[in-house]
Design a protein around this ligand. Structure first.
Ligand SMILES: [Zn+2]
Length: 507
């Protein structure tokens, strides 16, 4: 019995020795982060004053200049805006208005899809409903759409249940499940054959263009009052090209209730007229998309680096307070806290505010390729920074508070993370998820074999991201305050270790 107890104790002690908690610094971080938090002010500036930040837009350029000045104000060093790829032409929406004027007046809620053109002046247009799935369906509309606005998508079904219930916080039982069970891998069934008769959105829009349609109306959101819409089909393929944008038809995404109202009126064979005006600004030359970086330089191990970050780019219809302005505000606040408590980290701590995440993790991927490389990818190879990189911490799962952290299948960091979570048990930070999670900027690091992590977050606040409704008011400020404190502490402890954070063994 005694022997077992001794073994247990010594195991715990070894764990603590290797990954100790610096309680004094944690106390300072908590004090600064909770009693003198600036996160609400930072989030408000970004969402209220800067607004949406579509990758490579004028809006984004202005916001990046602000980020540099904010980093300097905090006291960060080596601040820079780093171009990462020839991205394409900038696109900004300058003005938009949409109204139904017949058979009844109503302001319609919507917005133009990114990288589509504006229209000449204010236009009154007749609306025609189309139902196009296959090539044969196209025939029905030949010669009938000139000068019209078309309802192009099928009427969306609104998820009333989700709207009523919202998303609750994780219960202790759910967290327990996450801690012990790997996420099941979805079974890979045989791929169903592609029906060659189906029409893609790109083909459908080309048909509309050839038929002389004036404006395409669509609705793809199943959430009440929320409009979801991204970039025109084909924009990624032609690299957000100016000519491609100007030659495309204008597309407007409309809220599901308004769209469905027009569908139902149309099905009664009652004519619908809308009035629409769209002004957009398209850049005159191709430009590089850029990331923003800043540092707290290290001391005896300053050539080694610990990173934290979040994507700064958003979709264009709202400031996207949850996706991912909240993540950016957390990372900036974490850096502010670390400077305010005057830590002297051994390793350099670097913040990255990525761009091009929404279009496919471009900013983080290009950054990893350039600075660290990827030994598993012969086209990229291993770069100088690969061996001196320690770890990257990212936030991009909404504005909910951290309840734990995912190991990203790296069992070697379990002990460190368990130890560093312990000062934050009272905040609900208790769970190690051994799973790998995806869909955001830690992935390019992880693919290169570098330790990179996402926190396990309550999925509360915001409007699910990518909508016209994602503003400051939807953000649980107390949640992101906690996140800034926790990530500041994790980054600090990573920067102070004798060794870099262990990497998983990739076979
Ligand atoms: Zn995001």
């Amino acid at each position: 019995m005694k022997k077992i107890l001794l073994i247990c104790l010594s195991t715990i002690l070894i764990g603590q020795e290797k990954y100790p908690v610096d309680w004094e610094t944690v106390a300072k971080i908590r004090e600064e982060g909770f009693q003198r938090s600036e996160i609400a002010n930072t989030l408000s500036y970004m969402t209220d004053v800067l607004g949406a930040r579509l990758t490579n837009s004028e809006d984004m350029r202005q916001a990046q200049d602000w980020a540099i000045s904010e980093m300097k104000r905090i006291g960060l060093k080596n601040t820079q805006i780093e171009p990462f790829m020839d991205y394409g032409y900038s696109w900004d929406n300058e003005y938009f208005s949409l109204h139904m004027i017949e058979p009844d007046y109503q302001t319609l809620v919507g917005y133009p899809i990114a990288h589509t053109p504006g229209i000449n002046g204010r236009q009154k247009l007749t609306v025609v409903r189309t139902q196009i799935k296959t090539k044969a369906d196209l025939e029905k509309y030949k010669g009938k759409l000139r000068g019209k606005a078309v309802l192009a998508t099928l009427p969306p079904v609104i998820d009333q249940e989700r709207y009523r219930k919202g998303t609750p916080r994780y219960t202790n039982e759910q967290l327990k499940e996450i801690s012990k069970k790997p996420f099941p891998k979805p079974p890979r069934g045989p791929r169903s054959p592609v029906n060659p008769d189906l029409v893609s959105s790109e083909e459908r829009n080309t048909f509309f263009k050839d038929e002389g349609v004036s404006v395409i109306l669509e609705s793809r959101s199943g959430w009440i009052a929320a409009v979801r819409g991204f970039a025109r089909p084909g924009a990624k393929k032609d690299k957000w090209d100016r000519k491609g944008t100007l030659e495309h038809l204008p597309i407007v995404a409309v809220t599901p209730e308004h769209y469905n109202r027009m569908v139902r009126i149309s099905d009664r064979d009652i004519p619908i007229k809308i009035e629409v005006e769209i002004k957009t600004k398209i850049g005159k030359q191709r430009r590089q998309a850029r990331n923003v970086l800043g540092e707290i330089p290290g001391t005896d191990l300053k050539h080694e680096v610990v990173m934290l970050g979040a994507h700064f780019d958003t979709w264009h219809a709202s400031p996207n307070a949850s996706d991912n302005t909240s993540g950016v505000s957390v990372m900036l606040e974490a850096m502010r806290i670390l400077k305010a408590v005057n830590i002297q980290p051994r390793r350099t701590i670097r913040i990255a505010l990525w761009s091009g995440e929404e279009q496919g993790l471009h900013g983080s991927r290009e950054y990893v390729n350039k600075h660290f490389g990827n030994p598993n990818d012969s086209d990229v190879g291993k770069k100088v920074g690969y061996d001196t990189f320690s770890a990257y911490f990212n936030q991009d799962y909404g504005p909910g508070q951290y309840r734990g952290i995912y190991l990203q299948d790296n069992e070697h960091v379990r002990k460190a993370f368990t130890s560093w979570m312990s000062p934050f048990k009272d905040l609900g930070m208790t769970t190690i998820g051994s799973q790998s999670v995806g869909s955001t900027d830690h992935i390019p690091f992880d693919r290169a074999g570098l330790p990179a992590f996402q926190f396990l977050q309550d999925r509360v606040g915001g409007t699910g991201g990518h909508t016209n409704l994602d503003f400051y008011d939807t953000i649980p400020i107390e949640d992101i305050k906690k996140n800034a404190v926790i990530v500041a502490s994790f980054v600090y402890h990573t920067a102070m270790l004798d060794e870099r954070l262990p990497r998983k063994i990739v076979k």
